[in-house]
Design a protein around this ligand. Structure first.
Ligand code: SF4
Length: 951
């Protein structure tokens, strides 16, 4: 809701509020007016002091005089309004108008922020980078405890002095403002709000995961500028992101994401459970101190004269007895006691709730349990807070209005509870992915009007969106893959997934769009080729970072287009010259250090980022950079297609064959991309260097690719380039030497890092027989590096690391791995989901046959799925003309019971023709359950059977 209001308007509101706040602070030092309203003889004012009313503190009536309203308004109205806003309008509403947050941005607005001096070790170049709180620093890890501590300290000070001592309150507020400005100077972004502000824990509790009228950052039209994200107004009057990625995930960009990200962290439990106690302790203390509730509800604590003089008076007055613990000790003791007690109670109740769920047999994720408990905590905290807060003012309302006020609070908090209770992390992720899919669907410009009955894509919920994706006739397989590629790219760019976790994170979407794991691997490889940096595991990605870089990119782009239109001088026109190839970037950087420096500082751009983004404007430099990355990838994944010097068991050879084919697929993608880059170049030294490097790699695939009649590379590339590339052809003509097992091991060490589960399992399998100790070490490395995305691969790696005996006695589960390796080379099953292959391997039975033994015939019909593992068989069927047809059933081939029915004689005889043949038999029930539960599998079976119909 509030996100629809323009930044310009919010800026005005912020400014007015800040002025109002300063006026209030000023009134704390000097206020000759407001006490008029509280004069005892001012009968016109509802706020007047009534001397006849006796409010007792520790058995003695408080002396009442006229007082100024600054402090009572601040404590009794401003703070409750903020809490109310957080729950109802969400975090974004307050953060966009918070005067303190606004003031903390003064150094940024003045361009005066701390910067680190960084000297490039190689070139000696010096640059300055905006200082930010480091992700792994003590502050980043413990800021929630620090903020909670500051909140606790603030509340103690409030009870002891700040509640009614206007002068000290004024100084305290000015000091807080100074601290916010100082933090704004020391660290970039909204570091004050993120890491220091004592109100931040309160904001988290009441506004996460979302307020009643919150906008959603992950769903809907997915604006680039979301919620209360940092933003500025550009030259053209349009809002633009000013994010410098000071925190990730950032509550200002997506409050719900920040909530789910930290839901199981220990500091969140402390925050939610402890805060309940802190609030309870704060209000209850006034009863423990005064000996009655009148003291609190009358609001006298906000204007009590000489409060500072009571610091060493008895801190408790219970059942008419004062307890001689000084107030200065009693207050922190009470608040700490309540906080700790409520934390312990929260932990205990959480355990009891989990035990209760277990007894009832209800299995809910840890995140969901935590969410339900936190939701209840917020609900209780809100209602408890408003039993006390603002009462000195609401008591002035006429009875029906006061009643309405109370009812409204309960209704709003119940509405919040109802909307929040059903949220889950899974739902959030599902909505997020659906919204990415929606974006891709709209980019494809499909005709959806016929299916949506007047609704737009934005109106559809995730389920409706997936149904639509399934039934849209225009949404062909290619378009599905294109849309999936877009979703995958965005998910990786924004840190939702990385190259290994994407397989799992996007699993549901693949099921819905019927995309196989192998297709996922191909799409991933293509993305890696288009943007080699994308899959770099060393790069920490986050939505915040992506936004920051995108904003910098846009800012540069805007300068260019601005100058293009106006043909002005300066950086823009010079960058334009770079785009048009008339100038090098180096010249620009040297001649415009100030202009670039200002942009870089604004977005906190590092040296590498600057180089990369500027290189994007320089097409040739970008192509060379990309080509170099592709060449190193090509070098890395090479796999020797030469015979081994040692004889190995057939399963190992089978796994090697699978790996060889997988590597060839990847090489094919990489080489094609390199050839496309070469095509785009003039004959420069860079182009010849790339071609020479490719030729020197002796890639067996390259000569065939060059001759591919579909791509006609020999016509598309310059003859000099072709001759350099063909160097590999000449080299490949040499007699292949045998390859030593150790060489294979070194290649497998690289290949196993690929996130594709079947490649990982094949690598581990081969390593097991080539170098047992190395295999164990690699399995351990994989487990430690979290590069395994599949549960079976993880289990296998774990078994291997704990397997102490020799490779001659493999673990029992190894049988499934062996069967899996057999299935990997099946043409029919190639590209199937890893889970399906694992299921087939798990249920499959290996059966040996002797020569001339019958596998199936009319008496013993084929059941389930057969996969030839080793050896050979013949399928003999008789046509209606009496002619007999013989087909070979060779290793890697499959037969299924439906396929058998397509033969003219129904059940042809299948006989083993080579001794010691082995067949992997998948039982009928497994085959049928896969047919009914996996659309891709069923489609594949039926299309195979249709194409091979022998009728
Ligand atoms: S991460 Fe970006 S949007 Fe969030 S507070 Fe920091 S600078 Fe602002």
């Amino acid at each position: 809701m509030i996100n629809k209001i323009s930044e310009l308007r919010m800026h005005q509101v912020r400014f007015l509020l800040t002025c109002g706040w300063f006026l209030l602070i000023f009134s704390l030092f000097f206020d000759p007016i407001s006490s008029w309203f509280t004069e005892p003889n001012n009968t016109l004012s509802p706020l007047r002091v009534v001397p006849e009313i006796c409010v007792k503190v520790q058995g003695v009536c408080l002396k009442e005089d006229a007082y100024s309203l600054g402090a009572p308004i601040f404590w009794g109205a401003v703070i409750p309004i903020v809490v109310f806003m957080l729950l109802v309008f969400g975090h974004e509403s307050w953060r966009r108008i918070c005067p303190l947050s606004f003031l903390s941005q003064i150094p940024r607005a003045l361009g005066k922020q701390r910067q680190y001096k960084i000297t490039d070790k190689k070139t000696g170049k010096v640059r300055y980078e905006l200082a930010k709180v480091k992700k792994d620093s003590w502050l980043a890890r413990n800021h929630l405890y620090l903020q909670f501590g500051l909140l606790y300290l603030g509340l103690c000070l409030r009870i002891l002095i700040l509640n009614s001592d206007r002068l000290i309150l004024g100084i305290f507020l000015l000091l807080t403002i100074s601290c916010a400005i100082a933090v704004g100077y020391l660290y970039g972004g909204k570091s004050w709000c993120q890491y220091f502000c004592p109100m931040s824990p309160v904001q988290k509790i009441f506004s996460e995961p979302r307020g009643v009228l919150n906008s959603q950052a992950h769903f809907g039209d997915r604006q680039t500028i979301t919620q209360s994200m940092c933003r500025t107004i550009g030259d053209e009057g349009k809002e633009q992101s000013a994010c410098v990625a000071c925190n990730s995930p950032c509550i200002d960009i997506d409050a719900e994401r920040s909530y789910w990200d930290g839901i199981t962290k220990v500091d969140r439990k402390f925050l939610y459970y402890g805060y309940l106690g802190l609030v309870a302790g704060f209000f209850i203390y006034s009863y423990l101190y005064a000996g009655n509730w009148d003291y609190y509800f009358s609001g006298n604590w906000a204007h009590q004269d000489g409060q500072i003089l009571t610091l060493f008076n008895p801190g408790f007055y219970i059942f008419g007895n004062s307890i001689p613990i000084p107030k200065i000790v009693a207050v922190p003791l009470t608040l700490a006691g309540f906080t700790y007690g409520s934390y312990l109670l929260g932990m205990k109740l959480e355990k009891m709730y989990k035990a209760h769920l277990l007894r009832k047999g209800r299995f809910i994720s840890q995140e969901q349990i935590q969410h339900q408990i936190f939701t209840l905590c917020t609900f209780v905290a809100f209602n408890f807070f408003f039993i006390f807060a603002a009462r000195q003012f609401t008591a002035l309302l006429i009875e029906p209005l006061e009643y309405l006020y109370n009812i409204s609070l309960v209704i709003l908090s119940t509405l919040w509870l109802y909307r929040t209770w059903g949220r889950s992390q899974e739902l959030y992720l599902r909505e997020g992915l659906a919204s990415r899919l929606r974006k891709q669907l709209s980019l494809l410009k499909l005709n959806i009007s016929k299916f949506c009955e007047g609704r737009s894509l934005d109106d559809l919920n995730p389920d409706e969106l997936y149904v639509l994706a399934k039934i849209l006739p225009d949404f062909t397989r290619e378009k599905r893959l294109e849309a999936y590629k877009g979703v995958l790219r965005e998910s990786i760019e924004e840190g939702w997934a990385n190259s290994s976790s994407s397989l799992e994170v996007l699993q549901q979407m693949r099921i819905q769009l019927e995309i196989t794991d192998a297709e996922h691997a191909t799409v991933l490889a293509t993305l890696g080729v288009e943007n080699p940096d994308l899959l770099n595991p060393e790069k920490q990605r986050s939505r915040e970072n992506t936004l920051r870089l995108e904003s910098y990119r846009k800012a540069l782009g805007k300068i260019i287009s601005f100058h293009r239109r106006r043909s002005a001088r300066g950086l823009g026109s010079e960058l334009l010259e770079v785009v048009e190839g008339n100038k090098s970037l180096d010249e620009i950087i040297k001649s415009n250090p100030k202009a670039l420096k200002s942009l870089k500082r604004q977005y906190g751009i590092s040296w590498e980022e600057e180089e990369q983004i500027l290189a994007e404007f320089d097409r040739d430099a970008e192509q060379i950079r990309k080509a170099n990355i592709l060449l190193s990838q090509l070098q890395e994944i090479s796999f020797p297609p030469r015979p081994l010097s040692k004889s190995l068991r057939p399963e190992v050879l089978s796994a090697l064959k699978f790996l060889g084919l997988s590597v060839q697929q990847q090489q094919w993608i990489l080489i094609r991309s390199l050839l496309e880059i070469l095509e785009s170049f003039e004959l420069t030294s860079a182009a010849t260097n790339i071609a020479r490097s490719m030729g020197a790699m002796k890639i067996s695939l390259l000569p065939n690719l060059l001759k591919d009649p579909g791509d006609v590379w020999e016509q598309r590339l310059k003859p000099q380039i072709i001759s350099l590339l063909k160097h590999s052809e000449e080299n490949s003509g040499e007699a292949p030497e045998q390859v030593e097992p150790q060489e294979i091991v070194s290649h497998l060490e690289v290949l196993v890092q690929q996130s594709e589960p079947m490649m990982q399992i094949a690598c581990l399998y081969v390593l097991y027989y080539l170098d047992f100790q190395r295999c164990k070490a690699i399995a351990r490395q994989l487990l430690n590096s979290n590069q395994i995305a599949n549960a079976f691969v993880e289990e296998t790696a774990q078994k291997l690391t704990h397997w102490a005996t020799s490779p001659d006695s493999p673990p029992a589960t190894w049988k499934t791995v062996e069967k899996l390796v057999c299935l990997l080379n099946s043409e029919f099953l190639r590209g199937m989901k890893s889970e399906v292959l694992i299921e087939l391997a798990y249920h499959g039975r290996a059966k040996s046959y002797g020569p001339n033994e019958i596998i199936s015939d009319r008496e013993k019909p084929c059941q389930g799925l057969l996969c030839m593992w080793e050896g050979e068989a013949q399928i003999r069927s008789t046509l209606s003309s009496g002619e007999t047809i013989v087909e070979n059933f060779l290793p890697g081939k499959t037969l299924n019971e439906i396929e058998f029915m397509t033969y003219a004689d129904g059940n042809p005889m299948t006989v083993v023709s080579v001794k010691d043949s082995r067949i992997l038999e998948i039982p009928t029930d497994t085959f049928e359950s896969l047919l009914s539960g996996d659309n891709t599998f069923a489609r594949r079976v039926f299309s195979k059977n249709n194409s091979s119909s022998k009728l």
